[in-house]
Write a protein that binds this ligand. Structure first.
Ligand SMILES: C[S@@+](CC[C@H](N)C(=O)[O-])C[C@H]1O[C@@H](n2cnc3c(N)ncnc32)[C@H](O)[C@@H]1O
Length: 217
């Protein structure tokens, strides 16, 4: 995949940021995640530059896509690119704060490669906030790299430690670590979700991607 329609909106950004977004497109199966979205009100938690938001919003004028991230730099890049689409909004915001402002608002919430930045002890509050933001019957699409005990996990962990601790490219939230899929599933169930599907997306990739399709119980 040399190009993708979702990249078109990033043209106003400096070259370094455009290259970063392009690298992200090739390294994470965000397209597959976007294909599982449903409804018209969507929230991407930890949206970064907004690549997934671009996939969700571009060509879907009936949808409204909100992206939040605690990193003001990322939200600035997102506003200057995907934010130019009329059906998006970007806020510097935590999921817990948004849950108190907009409960029961969203049909789909996406979380792509964010939870690994938080200690597992913080996951229940994070997932509870997602649950609170969803409409009845809403869907959470959670994509993480998993701890499968293999070389892919060790490679991905090293890569993320460089991004967070050495380069400061990714804003950390107290941890860098992957969980076993059973642990993530159990935490989702405990937060009030039914895990409808657990999809391994690691084939052909050097990262052990896994997608959880979770419905509000
Ligand atoms: C690896 S990037 C993924 C960005 C985007 N989801 C994507 O798939 O391209 C992780 C993002 O999570 C954000 N982040 C860090 N701590 C967070 C938290 N506690 N809640 C939400 N997002 C967080 C970072 O600022 C960063 O933009």
């Amino acid at each position: 995949m040399l190009t993708h329609p979702a990249l078109s909106v990033f043209k106003p950004l400096p070259l370094a940021e455009r290259l970063f977004v392009r690298a992200r497109l090739f390294s994470a199966p965000l397209d597959l995640l976007a294909q599982h979205a449903k409804g018209t009100r969507m929230l991407d938690v930890g949206c970064g530059h907004g690549l997934l938001c671009s996939m969700l919003a571009l060509g879907f004028p009936d949808r409204f896509v909100v992206g939040i991230d605690p990193d003001p730099k990322k939200i600035d890049w997102a506003r200057r690119s995907v934010g130019k689409l009329g059906n998006t909004r970007f806020d510097v915001m935590t999921v817990e704060r948004l849950a108190s402002l907009e409960p029961g608002t969203y049909d789909t919430i996406t979380v792509a490669d964010v939870l690994y930045l938080l200690p597992t002890s913080d996951w229940p509050d994070f997932l509870a906030a997602c649950r609170q933001l969803l409409k009845k019957g809403g869907r959470l699409l959670l994509k993480e790299a998993e701890d499968d005990g293999g070389w892919r996990t060790r490679k991905a962990l090293l890569q993320e430690q460089v991004m967070v601790r050495l380069l400061g490219r990714t804003k950390g939230s107290g941890a860098v670590g992957f969980s076993k899929r059973e642990t993530t599933r159990a935490l989702l169930e405990r937060a009030g979700f039914s895990v409808a599907e657990t999809i391994s997306l690691s084939q052909g990739s050097t990262t052990p991607h896994v997608l959880f399709v979770a419905e509000c119980r």
